[in-house]
Design a protein. Structure first.
Lengths: 186, 186, 186, 186
DNA sequence: AATGAATGAGGATTCATTCAT
DNA sequence: CATGAATGAATCCTCATTCAT
C-alpha cells in the first residue's frame, strides 16, 4: 500500500521517529494495523520502503543529470551536478533529515550504500571519460573527493542554510562549489 | 557522576541506542537507577552529557589546532587543520557514529550547533587574518565551504573508508584535501 | 471440505496448535479463508472435526475388535483388546498427542466423553456376557478398571515408550497387561 | 513473588489458559505487569513455576508415602500407595487438569518427566527390596505397569468420577486397584 | 460458491521514572 | 544520599472473523 509509505514518511517528518508507531501509521494511512502487516512484514520494512522511495526519487534526478552531462566539459558538468545535488536535497528536506538519522540504526545501511556506490561509480566513469581535461589523478580517489564535497555542501546548504548562511545564495554556492571542484580536478 | 556518562557512552557504542535503558546504564555504572536520577533529571540529559563530553574532547583538539595555526600560511594551516579533523574523528569513531545518529532526535541539535558555530567562527577569523594570501572572497561563505568540505572528507574517511577507499591513504587524502581547499581559497 | 480437516490435522501435528491459524489452515488446504468459513463456522468447529475424525478412526478399530472378541474367553479377548488398544494408539500418535492436549481446552470434552462411554459400555457388555468365567464383580466398576488400565498402558507405551521402556517390548507388554487384567477379573 | 504464582494458578483454573494474560495475572496478583516481569522473565516461566509448585506438592505426598511403605509387605504397601495417589490427585484437581493440558505445549515436559522418572525409580526400588514376596519379574517393566495403572485409575477417579462412576466409592476403588496390582505382582 | 483484503481487539513485553525505605 | 521494587503507558505484532466483489 502506497498510502502506508506515504503516511510513514509524513509521520516521520511531522512527529519524529519515536511517535511513528505502527498503529499510528496505520491510522494516518486510513487503514487498520492488520492491513499494514498484510503489506509490510515489520515496522522496519516500512521504514525501508520509505528510505527506498526517497533514494529512488533522488537517484532519478542524479541518473538523469549524469546522462545529460556525460559529454559536457568539466566546468559545465560540475556546475550541473552541483545544481542537481542541491535540487535533489530539496525533494523533501525534512524527510531527508529524518532518514539520515534513522538509516544507520535501522539496518538499512546496506541499501543506502548501494546508492552511494552507484554515485561514486557514475562520477568515476565521468572522470575517466574526461581525463584529458584534468591533471593526472586516481579516478576512485577523485570520485571520493568530489562526491564528499558536493554532497556535504548540498546537504548543509539545504538542511542548515537558515542557521549558517545568508539565504538565497544558491547561485553563489553553486559557483563556489563548482570553482572548488573544478579547481581541484584541473 | 562521571561513571554514568562513561557507562552511557560505553553502552551506546557497544549495544546501540535501543539497548541503552536507564536501568542498564545504572547497572553498568555500578549504581542504582535512583542514583542516576539524582544526578541526571532524565535519560535525555544523560545523552546530552555524553554528547557534550565528546564534543568538548573534539573541540579541545580543534581549538588547539587553530591556536597553533593562527599565524601559519594557508597551505600549512589547511594541511594541519585537515589532519586534525581526521584525528578528531578518530577520538572515538564508534561513539561519534552513534551520536551523529542520536543528536538530531535527541533534541540536542542546539548544543551541537553551538560547536558548529564556533568552528565556523574560528575558520572565519583565520581567513580574515590571512585574506592577503587569498583571492577576494566572502569570509562567511568561504568558511562554510571549507568547513563543509573538510568535515565531510574527514567524516567519510574515518567512518566509511573501508567501504569506499583503499586503506592507509590518509596521507594522500590530507594532500588532496589540502590541495582542494587551498586551490579554492587562492 | 475434507481437505480442510486434513490440513488442520497436518498443521496441528507438524507445527503445533499455536501455529494453526485459520489463514494458515486455509492456505495449506489450498482454499481461501472465506471458503473455510463457508464450511466451518469457527476454528473450534474445525478442530472438533479433526477430533471426531480421529476418534472415529480409533473407534472403528475398537468396535471391530469387540465384535471379533464377543464370544472369546476372557484370556483371548483381553489379549486381543490390549493389542488393539496399542494398535489404535499407533494410528497417528502425534495427532493423538496434540489432540489429547487440545481436547480439554477446546470444549469438545463432551464429544470425547461419548466415545469413552461407548467403550465402557462395550467392555461392560462383554463382561456381563462372560460373567461365568470371572469372580463376582460389579460390571461398571470392572469396566472402569479395565478400560483405565489398558488405555493407560497403551497410551504410555506408544507416546512415551522411548523414554520409559526398553523398545520392542510390545509383545511382552501385551502379555503383562493381559496377565494383570485377567488376573484381576478372575 | 508467590502471589504471582498463586494468581496464575487461580486464573488457569477459573478462566482457562487462554484468558491467562500476563496483564490479567498481574492484576489478580495485585501488582503491575512490570513487577511480574521483574520476577519472571516470561509468561512461560510463570507457568513453569506453577507446574513446579504443583508437582512438588504432589511429590511431597508421594515421597513420604514411599518412606512410610518401604518395609511394608506388598499388600499393605500397594494399598497405601493407591490411597496416596488418589489423595495426591485431590490436592488441586482442577489445576491438575489444566496443567495436564498445558504441560506438553509449554515445553515443560522435561521437568515433568523428571518427576515421572523419580516415581518409577521409587517403585522399582520398592519392588527390588520386596522381590521375595513376588513372582519373578523385570523390575523396570513391573514399575511401568504399576505406575501406569495406579496413576490412570487415580487420575480417572478424581478427574472424571462424576461422569463415570458412582460417587464415594473411593474405598472400593482402592480395594480393587490394590487387588489388581497385587494380583499382578504375585 | 469462492475469494482474500480488511478489521481491530488483544497479547506479551519493555522501560523511563518515582518514592518509600 | 542511595537503593531498587514498583509502576503502567506504550509498543509491535497476531489472528479469528467478516464482507464486498
Amino acid at each position: 500500500m502506497d498510502a502506508l509509505v506515504e503516511a510513514t514518511a509524513r509521520i516521520l517528518v511531522k512527529e519524529g521517529f519515536e511517535k511513528a508507531s505502527t498503529n499510528r501509521i496505520a491510522e494516518i494511512a486510513g487503514v487498520s494495523v492488520g492491513s499494514l502487516y498484510q503489506y509490510f512484514p515489520s515496522k522496519e520494512a516500512l521504514v525501508a520502503a520509505v528510505i527506498d522511495r526517497h533514494n529512488e526519487a533522488i537517484m532519478n534526478f542524479v541518473r538523469a543529470a549524469f546522462a545529460e552531462v556525460a559529454d559536457l566539459p568539466i566546468e559545465k558538468a560540475v556546475r550541473r551536478l552541483v545544481t542537481v545535488a542541491i535540487e535533489a536535497h530539496h525533494i523533501d528536506p525534512n524527510l531527508h533529515r529524518v532518514l539520515a538519522e534513522q538509516i544507520p540504526r535501522s539496518g538499512h545501511l546496506a541499501e543506502v550504500e548501494a546508492y552511494s556506490h552507484e554515485i561514486h561509480a557514475l562520477v568515476r566513469t565521468y572522470l575517466e571519460r574526461h581525463r584529458k581535461e584534468m591533471r593526472k589523478l586516481d579516478p576512485a580517489l577523485a570520485a571520493f573527493m568530489c562526491v564528499s564535497t558536493i554532497e556535504a555542501i548540498a546537504h548543509n546548504t539545504v538542511l542548515n542554510s537558515a542557521e549558517m548562511l545568508p539565504e538565497k545564495m544558491v547561485k553563489v554556492l553553486v559557483d563556489e562549489t563548482t570553482r572548488m571542484v573544478v579547481g581541484y580536478l584541473r
